[in-house]
Design a protein around this ligand. Structure first.
Ligand code: CA
Length: 235
């Protein structure tokens, strides 16, 4: 049996970008459908149900956020938004609304392929361990026992540190916005207190580093300036 090639819906109103991105994806073996505006995107979405969506935010008519909301009403299909300079607020809003990742224009094709591959891989791997255990490299978080270990040695975290790590690990590979992290860990009243995150992530980082003799977790947390944080895959 041959593996079905992944299908991608590309939504981009700029014709040159659309053609360049589409031909690059096709050259890598993806099946690509392209839409030039939000209405066309939603028609193709209904017809094709692609494996992944590359979604420009600034579109005539129904904009990228509108398309994303419609898609998220009934599917968890990975969505990578394409944002132009000056669309930082829209980018954060899109991530809050459930986009998986973003690419800031102009982006290189190598970076785009890496993000697409990672998003598709996460979908395939998302049959989560039924025990709920979250594991990245030598780091393990067991929610039933509220236990965090590195190489089987316990790492003692405060309740807030634990919750923060849990949200990030549950979304490994994805950007999680500061607003989402703050709401999840501190509650809605704290959604603007971005400096908390910097402090708490620093504490978690130090505690993990103390237990991580091989140093494999040193780059676990990536800050996404102006957006939030992402837990990186560790090999
Ligand atoms: Ca555009």
């Amino acid at each position: 049996m041959t593996e079905r090639r992944a299908s991608i819906l590309l939504v981009e109103d700029d014709e040159r970008t659309r053609q360049a991105v589409a031909s690059n994806l096709e050259a890598k073996g993806y099946g690509v459908r392209a839409a030039a505006d939000g209405e066309e995107a939603l028609v193709l979405w209904e017809l094709r149900r692609p494996d992944l969506i590359l979604l420009d935010l600034g579109l005539p008519g129904i904009d990228g956020i509108g398309v994303l909301r419609r898609v998220r009403r009934d599917a968890t299909t990975p969505v990578i938004v394409l944002s132009a300079r000056g669309e930082e607020r829209d980018k954060v809003e899109a991530l809050d609304e459930g986009a998986d990742d973003y690419l800031a224009k102009p982006f290189g094709m190598a970076e785009m392929h890496a993000r697409v591959r990672a998003a598709l891989r996460r979908t395939l791997a998302s049959e989560i361990d039924p025990s709920g255990v979250l594991q990245i490299g030598n780091l393990r978080l067991d929610p039933d026992r509220r236990l965090v270990t590195v190489d089987d040695a316990e790492v003692r975290l405060t309740p807030r540190e634990y919750e923060l790590l849990k949200v990030l690990l549950a979304n490994a590979g994805r950007v999680v916005t500061r607003g989402r992290l703050l709401r999840a860990v501190w509650g809605t009243a704290y959604a603007e207190e971005g400096h908390y995150l910097h402090v708490y992530i620093g504490q978690i980082r130090r505690k993990l580093a103390a237990a991580d003799r091989k140093g494999t977790l040193a780059d676990l947390f990536a800050a996404e300036p102006g957006v939030g944080y992402r837990v990186r895959a560790v090999s």
